[in-house]
Design a protein around this ligand. Structure first.
Ligand SMILES: [Zn+2]
Length: 260
């Protein structure tokens, strides 16, 4: 047991260090990743580490890929591609909590819910990243009217498909350990529903700001080097909170589907 956590600390340190130097993560993001790695690897070994590592490595590479093509959209987002502690915990916090629960209550099977949480944030991340790269038509998930790519709550066909593929990749990353098609299906559905709920919150409650110079509707409080004024949503509903909700929804959808 102590040996497992010592190994986890070593592993977490290496991942955090590599991610920092690859500019996947800020310093606080690296620290949060270290903590998450110790909890998840320590509590669950490779069975629990492989899926979150799959999410983390592939999503970080996606964020890096086509950086210049996406640079103009990044001005709209609250945060840029280098992830900080808030983002790391928003994406992995629910997964970490489920791993800890599983450690303390080994008599329950938490693994599918864990994969559901990861499928949600993976579908959301891949949907956003690949949706932007693909550059297809984007519509508001609420009004179904066209919105500029990168708008909170905007969805595109390419983004939805990419999100589904992301959720499938997470299901496959854990398949060796759970091994049934029904659970894999639940995880994919959880990913799609999780990222849809993310878009719904993004279009409704999430704070959005209007640039006073160029008129763009954005997630951040400044644009074109000047403060932007709040146009809709609640100030405390930021992108990180919406991602927490996305992960929680993914876990709950798998739970709900296993009750059926
Ligand atoms: Zn502007």
């Amino acid at each position: 047991m102590a040996e497992q956590f010592a190994l986890a600390a070593l592993f977490g340190f290496l991942i955090a260090l590599a991610s920092y130097f690859a500019r996947f993560l800020t310093l606080t993001g690296s620290l949060a990743t270290f903590v998450l790695a110790v909890v998840i690897y320590g509590a669950g070994g490779w069975q629990w580490t492989v899926p979150i590592l799959t999410f983390f490595v592939l999503s970080s590479l996606l964020s890096k890929f086509g950086r210049s093509r996406k640079a103009r959209f990044e001005l709209a987002f609250e945060k840029t591609g280098v992830r900080d502690a808030g983002q790391v915990m928003a994406n992995g916090g629910i997964a970490g909590l489920i791993a800890a629960l599983s450690f303390f209550f080994p008599e329950y099977e938490f693994y599918p819910y864990y994969l559901g949480a990861l499928a949600g944030v993976t579908a959301d991340t891949w949907g956003t990243e690949i949706g932007l790269l693909a550059g297809g038509g984007t519509t508001s998930v609420i009004t179904l009217k066209p919105v500029p790519p990168g708008t909170s709550g905007g969805i595109s066909n390419e983004g939805v498909i990419a999100g589904g593929v992301g959720a499938l990749v997470i299901a496959l990353s854990g398949y060796y350990w759970f091994g049934d098609v029904r659970t894999a299906f639940a995880v994919v559905v959880a990913g799609m529903v999780g990222s849809l709920s993310d878009s719904l919150l993004g279009a409704t409650l999430q704070a959005q700001y209007r640039c006073s110079k160029c008129g763009a509707l954005i997630e951040r409080t400044e644009h074109c080097n000047r403060p932007a004024s709040q146009e809709k949503g609640f100030q405390w509903v930021n992108n990180d909170l919406v991602n927490w909700f996305c992960a929680l929804t993914g876990a709950l959808v798998v739970w709900g589907m296993t009750l059926l």
